[in-house]
Design a protein around this ligand. Structure first.
Ligand SMILES: *Cc1c(COP(=O)(O)O)cnc(C)c1O
Length: 382
């Protein structure tokens, strides 16, 4: 697969044919179990919690797009992250981005800590800060870049260099950019996380998660945990993500183009105090991002001038929908402080900039003029 272009790989996926009919679309192997040809013999498929041909097609396709050795598909992004966290033991120390997806924040602060894993949360774009926190028990650095929702950018390659030769895993949640714009493994990441629910699936219709690995030993260990926990992706949902990925490249390009136009327009509005978009050349992470990403994606956060306008905008949008999630063909607007990041204490939220005036936009594939007009009418003037 390595010889094919990214777009071709998105469409044709993994080369293995499990079917003799010539079906152009990967068949959905809706089977819980697989019969054995003889005692001690297997077709390679035994039970769908362990392996399923449709899911395997998705796993190999995403692994190939991310330049990893293999991948494991889960029922949700959180199932993927929870399974990965079972690798860590009491006393292990993890350095993580302070600005994290709300569910990851909740998992780390409650269950992982309760299980004895220690954390330091900081702005991982600050390399010296990260270096100063590394200690003998440090087992992983967990990074989202750009972060959700504040768009902080971390230099993946520089972090990999910092921990070179140490037994520390570099884990990157690549949900926002997807391998179309950023391939963390090429810059030294050991594990790449995806909420497949977002850009990979791309249609706001399926939940899914993926872990992609740089090396086989960790993959095998996590596969063992995955088959034990059992939060695997169903054959039908695997197929929906496979279908979504076929248009990944074209969607990412177009959504980014619209996001740039929307961000530029927002930047000129008096009712917008701040625009956070990593594609703005004035944004803090712009230069770093250009080192390891070929694009900036289509996520924009904005700080409004006054809290009263939040309700006006959220209830006033007609094309853009007021809903959680991101990355689909439908544009969505989210209010992080009451939705995705509601579990983070208010003081901590304010410190990070996730204030009561912050809204997050995921730009979809609607007509760009319709999106801008929608925001204009929803904002309700000056
Ligand atoms: C949505 C999301 C997740 C969690 O994925 P689910 O599929 O909703 O469980 C993890 N990380 C990021 C960056 C996300 O946006």
């Amino acid at each position: 697969m390595k010889d094919k272009d990214f777009k071709t790989k998105c469409i044709h996926g993994y080369d293995q044919a499990y079917d003799t009919t010539g079906a152009v679309s990967v068949p959905i192997f809706q089977s819980a179990t697989f019969s054995h040809i003889g005692l001690g013999q297997s077709t390679g498929f035994d039970y769908s919690r362990l392996q399923n041909p449709t899911r395997e097609h998705l796993e190999k396709t995403v692994a190939s797009l991310e330049e990893g050795v293999d991948a494991i598909a889960f029922s949700t992004g959180m199932a993927a992250i929870t399974t990965l966290m079972a690798h860590f033991k009491p006393g292990d120390h993890i350095i993580a981005s302070e600005d994290l997806y709300g569910g990851s924040h909740r998992l780390f602060h409650t269950i992982s800590m309760q299980n004895g894993v220690e954390f330091d949360f900081l702005d991982t774009s600050d390399l010296h800060g990260v270096e100063s926190k590394v200690k003998a028990t440090t087992k992983a650095i967990y990074v989202e870049t750009p972060t959700n929702p504040m768009m902080q950018v971390t230099d993946i390659g520089a972090i990999a260099e910092l921990i070179k030769g140490k037994e520390i895993l570099l884990i990157v949640d690549n949900t926002f950019l997807t391998p179309y714009f950023q391939k963390p493994i090429l810059f030294g990441a050991d594990v790449v996380i995806h909420s497949g629910t977002k850009f990979l699936g791309g249609h706001n219709d399926t939940l899914a998660g993926l872990l992609v690995f740089k090396n086989v030993a960790l993959l095998e260990e996590i596969r063992y945990i995955a088959k034990t926990f059992g939060a695997c992706l169903s054959p039908f949902d695997s197929w929906l993500i496979i279908r979504g990925i076929k248009t990944l490249a074209i969607r990412m390009e177009h959504q980014q183009k619209s996001a740039i136009a929307v961000a530029e327009w927002l930047d000129q509005q008096t009712w917008v105090k701040n625009v956070y978009y990593s594609g703005c050349s004035s944004s803090a992470g712009y230069e770093i991002m250009k080192k390891h990403a070929t694009g900036f994606g289509s996520m924009i956060s904005i700080e409004l001038d006054k809290v009263e306008r939040v309700k006006t905008v959220l209830e006033g949008v007609k094309v853009i929908q007021f809903a959680e999630s991101l990355g689909g063909v439908e544009s969505l607007i989210t209010y992080p402080s009451t939705q995705t990041h509601a579990d983070i204490p208010e003081e901590e939220r304010n410190e990070k900039g996730i204030t009561d005036c912050l809204l997050r936009l995921s730009i979809g594939l609607e007509d760009i003029e319709d999106l801008i007009k929608d925001l204009e009418q929803a904002a309700g003037g000056q």
